[in-house]
Write a protein that binds this ligand. Structure first.
Ligand SMILES: Cc1cc2nc3c(=O)[nH]c(=O)nc-3n(C[C@H](O)[C@H](O)[C@H](O)COP(=O)(O)OP(=O)(O)OC[C@H]3O[C@@H](n4cnc5c(N)ncnc54)[C@H](O)[C@@H]3O)c2cc1C
Length: 499
């Protein structure tokens, strides 16, 4: 009986979608325990992974091919929202995607883990359901957070931050009175997590070996103000410093920094010791992502340091095998160099390009990634795109310009300060980077600058940029941020002494 239900749940999208299909999912669990193996249908397109890249394939292909999506987790996650569930702005459940995002698109969702791929036979082997055959295979296995192999990294209370279980564990610890936390890595994920813990009244330390926060997104003069605001909000910043060891016997009791400072965690009382929900302290590493490609270790699939090697059509070196998202090695659309920043805003367009090409629509090619990203720190919104000045100087002779206005007419009560830095190549006058910090969201402005970079717009074109103005939504018609910063750079070219 359970076997029939298992088959039914795999072949009937309604049965494997969302909460209404709980019984079917329980049957799958029963079968998992029995470890029954059966040969499943062949899929036209089999996708390994259940993250944004895989979901994009399901949404874009719909019923035009027979699509199977294999993912082991109970839920796909809205990763970007995870810190806000810790902070208490959202419920934990809100961070879970419904299976219907896949099954409503007519793809079959297979809750399982691929343990082997046979590229010659065009089959994958899974932990529970045995072999599955494919016509074309899409690898969308994502990336896993890096845990540096330093002394004590296996102690209880030391973790990374990506999965549903990670989120659950941190929420539980905080709900049970976690006193102190050390977050390692002051990129967007580390900062968002640190802020969430700080808001929940956990004594929070943020450690990074760089000189300032968000070093991959912005330059110091844009980070400066928000860095001060992090300190003012009570977060203990340890910059130009590294975690060198984690001390403790079973659970982490302290964190040793390179400058020999030790962040001690308070000891638990005897009643609390051994309680899984209680820890004297928590250490979370948010120091980068590594492509999840172990599965293909002994195969002919071409893999380099930053992931599976693909061309601009998402094709791998193997016939009928494609790769998209964080598991891939991808390049900068500006310099062509390999970029390691893994973002959903790269994974999703990769999925869209591949789906488009598989459906034989117009030929689309991947232009590279332009690195647009944004975050929010206390009351500041901050974002960057392209290359920071520091990164750009490795490739170009650059000039920078700034503009500072308000987000509305300064006479309006809602007006907040906004500051832009624009970076241009002196030789071609093309924009290579831009960064903003503001009291209002900046993602749209970041995207505007990305468009300028992506389509090779020059400073001369930008100063003639035609813009809109309205008291609630912009500065006075006399000025526009991007135009002003572009003018400043051109002025520096004409009057280099004013630089
Ligand atoms: C806390 C956090 C916040 C973030 N915030 C942002 C943000 O604000 N903006 C942004 O653009 N990006 C953000 N990101 C990054 C973004 O989430 C990733 O870039 C994105 O999820 C990549 O999508 P993907 O589909 O390539 O991989 P993933 O989302 O990692 O999905 C990979 C899938 O493959 C599955 N898989 C792996 N191995 C196997 C196997 N052997 N068999 C079957 N399935 C397998 C995994 O279980 C998973 O379902 C954030 C990430 C985190 C962790």
């Amino acid at each position: 009986m359970s076997k029939i239900l298992f088959f039914y749940s795999l072949t009937n999208p309604a049965a494997s979608s969302g909460e209404c299909a709980r019984c079917s999912i329980q049957e799958i669990e029963i079968l998992r325990i029995r470890k029954g193996k059966r040969k499943l249908n062949k899929f036209d397109l089999l996708v390994i992974g259940g993250g944004p890249a895989a979901i994009t394939i399901a949404k874009s292909i719909q019923d035009k091919m027979k699509v199977g999506i294999i993912r082991p987790e109970d839920h796909s996650m809205i990763y970007c929202a995870m810190p806000y569930a810790i902070e208490g702005l959202l419920s934990f459940e809100k961070t879970l995607k419904k299976d219907a995002v896949v099954t409503d698109e007519k793809a079959e969702l297979i809750r399982d883990k691929v343990i082997k791929v046979n590229f010659d036979a065009k089959t994958v082997e899974t932990e529970e359901s045995g072999e599955i055959a494919y016509g074309k295979l899409v690898i969308a296995t994502g990336a896993s957070p890096v845990m540096p192999p330093i002394e004590g990294h296996k102690l209880k209370g030391v973790m990374t931050f990506k999965t549903e279980e990670d989120l659950k564990e941190i929420i539980e610890l905080v709900d049970n009175g976690l006193g102190k936390a050390v977050i390692v890595g002051a990129g967007a994920i580390g900062i968002e997590l640190a802020q969430a813990l700080n808001e929940r009244k956990v004594e929070t330390h943020l450690v990074d070996m760089e000189e300032y926060v968000l070093p991959n997104m912005v330059d110091y003069e844009i980070a400066e103000e928000i860095q001060a605001s992090l300190i003012k909000s009570g977060i203990n910043l340890h910059l130009k410093n590294k975690v060198t060891a984690l001390k403790g016997t079973e659970e982490v009791e302290g964190v040793l920094l390179e400058n020999m400072q030790i962040i001690h965690f308070n000891q638990l009382d005897d009643c609390s010791k051994g309680d899984d929900n209680k820890l004297s302290g928590l250490v979370v590493f948010a120091v980068g992502m590594r492509p999840s490609v172990e599965l293909f270790k002994d195969t002919d699939l071409q893999i380099e340091r930053d992931g599976i090697v693909i061309n601009n059509k998402m094709e791998t070196n193997l016939k009928d095998v494609y790769a998209i998202g964080d598991c891939c090695q991808f390049t900068s659309g500006i310099t062509g160099e390999v970029l390691s920043g893994k973002l959903a805003t790269n994974a999703v367009p990769m999925g869209r390009i591949l789906a488009n090409n598989l459906l034989g629509k117009e030929d689309r090619v991947y232009p590279g990634f332009f690195n647009g990203a944004a975050t929010k720190i206390n009351n500041y919104f901050i974002g960057g795109t392209g290359l920071s000045e520091k990164a750009a100087r490795k490739f170009f002779d650059v000039e920078v310009g700034y503009a500072e206005f308000t987000t509305a007419f300064p006479i309006m009560p809602s007006a907040k300060k906004v500051r832009l830095k624009l970076i241009a190549d002196k030789k071609t006058h093309k924009i290579v980077g831009g960064q903003l910090v503001s009291g209002e969201p900046v993602a749209d402005q970041v995207d505007k600058i990305t468009m300028a970079i992506q389509y090779g717009i020059t400073l001369e074109q930008l100063v003639n940029f035609s813009y809109a103005s309205q008291p609630y939504q912009s500065f006075y018609p006399a000025h526009n941020l991007i135009v002003k910063a572009a003018e400043e750079i051109l002025n520096k070219f004409t009057h280099p002494d004013n630089d």
